[in-house]
Design a protein around this ligand. Structure first.
Ligand code: IMP
Ligand code: MG
Length: 180
């Protein structure tokens, strides 16, 4: 993997552990929605890899859609402003929706998404987040399914980026930047 400048990567969660946990979360979703259909909504772009692994482990009738929001600029800091960049393709009215997020950090993005999606009258609206950084929370919001709870570190890989890079790492890694 090519790492630019003085950026350093340290593995936090190995691919085998991710695989095992994704399987467990999918199994839980399969149990919780037994006999029903689930509609997964991936929050682009970070959740695309998690969603694609998760959906293949769910043994139910499924459908998928994506929404893109922007809350972060190019770097590591949240701008605090959430905006829809790409809306859903279809209605979620009456559906069992599982919103799939890469990481739950301050909770600003999720709070906003839950508000706008709830207005569209899904039957059920749940949240699956691969990672959770509870220590950073500014809004009192929780995921129903959490892959891993992690410390307050900036992580990349398995879909998560830093300025659009590193999404292709197979492990979740802590990214350290050179001092500014
Ligand atoms: P929140 O609104 O602060 O909860 O942020 C959610 C979004 O911020 C996530 O969907 C990610 O795109 C991004 N984000 C938060 N923490 C990290 C991180 O450690 N690495 C990469 N992206 C992050
Ligand atoms: Mg991002």
């Amino acid at each position: 993997m090519s790492v630019s400048g003085q950026e350093k990567l340290k593995v936090l969660i190995r691919r085998a552990a991710i695989k095992k946990r994704v399987h467990e979360v999918a199994h839980q979703i399969t149990k919780d929605f037994k006999g029903q259909r689930v509609h997964l909504i991936g929050v682009l772009k970070g959740a695309c890899i998690f969603l694609s692994d998760l959906v293949r482990e769910i043994s139910l009738e499924t459908s998928i859609d994506f929404i893109a929001v922007s809350s972060y600029g190019k770097g590591k800091q949240s701008s605090g402003q959430v905006r829809v960049l790409k809306d859903l393709d279809s209605s979620i009215e009456g559906l069992n929706v599982v919103l799939v997020e890469d990481i739950l950090d301050t909770g600003l993005t999720l709070t906003y998404l839950l508000r706008i999606l709830q207005q569209r009258k899904p039957r059920v609206l749940r949240v699956a987040a691969l990672l959770d950084k509870p220590s950073r929370r500014l809004k009192p919001v929780k995921a129903d399914y959490v892959g891993f709870t992690i410390p307050n570190e900036f992580v990349v890989g398995y879909g998560l980026d830093y300025a659009e890079r590193y999404r292709n790492l197979k492990d979740v890694c802590v990214l350290s930047l050179p001092p500014a």
